[in-house]
Design a protein around this ligand. Structure first.
Ligand code: GTP
Ligand code: MG
Length: 224
């Protein structure tokens, strides 16, 4: 268990590295989003579907963290999304310095959108900035509608929430209105999208959200 002082030092060092990354992404005009959820909520599946829809029109890249294996990067590359796996060897979250090193090694070239798929975990990744424009939290319909208030850190921090696996709603006990109400209580300005990669619902709205966020970032850069 880390002392409070040691934890604050780690977070301060991470914030400095994240600020450097944020500057780099601002100069490049790259939209960067950090996807966070518990294991198996559908992060990689959503990114596979996104790549199939957007990779012809946008330059996409991904760094993906996992405790072990390169499986997610292999899946994403097969879906047409250039991806670099970070194997954390046990760590439950990504840190800015590690993302920077992975990006340097990946040599993606210029990107419109960089996805960071964080390690499956609703707690630790919330505390670590990675230079992203915003964090995105995924909550699947198989996890229970009570999760937002149980994990308020990430649901307060994420500007976008994606309710995944909505095709399963008829089969699971998940009150989507209750989950969304808890999320809005924690973060009133949150944007919520309901998706399913099984039947495709919500994927147009999800891709529109990414495209409009990129356009907003580019417009702000042009006006700066
Ligand atoms: N029915 C249904 N299953 C889904 C959907 N999205 C993902 N799945 C399934 O859920 C499982 C986990 O999906 P992943 O995309 O690997 O989840 P993940 O969040 O990337 O998992 P980790 O990287 O291990 O944290 C897989 O078996 C997917 O096929 C969906 O929209 N509907
Ligand atoms: Mg994954």
């Amino acid at each position: 268990m880390l002392t409070t002082e040691a934890r604050q030092k780690i977070l301060a060092q991470n914030d400095a590295a994240a600020a450097e990354l944020r500057g780099r992404f601002a100069r490049a005009g790259t939209l960067v989003v950090d996807l966070i959820s518990s294991p198996g909520s559908g992060k990689t599946s959503l990114l596979e579907a996104t790549a199939r829809r957007l990779s012809k029109t946008l330059r996409l890249g991904c760094v993906v963290g996992d405790v072990a294996t390169e499986r997610d990067a292999e899946r994403l590359r097969a879906a047409g999304l250039p991806s670099r796996q970070i194997v954390t060897g046990g760590s439950c979250h990504l840190e800015a310095r590690i993302v920077r090193d992975a990006l340097d090694a990946a040599r993606f070239g210029e990107l419109d959108v960089l996805f960071v798929e964080n390690v499956g975990n609703l707690v630790c990744p919330a505390s670590f900035a990675l230079g992203e424009d915003f964090k995105i939290v995924l909550l699947s319909t198989t996890e229970g509608d009570d999760k937002p208030f149980k994990y308020p850190g990430i649901f307060s921090k994420a500007a976008v929430a994606v309710i995944t696996k909505c095709d399963l709603l008829p089969h699971v006990r998940f009150d989507v209105e209750r989950a969304e109400s808890e999320i809005r209580t924690l973060r009133p300005d949150v944007r919520i999208v309901r998706t399913s990669t099984a039947d495709g619902r919500g994927l147009d709205a999800w891709c529109d959200l990414l495209s409009s966020s990129l356009a907003e970032k580019r417009a702000a850069r042009a006006n700066a």
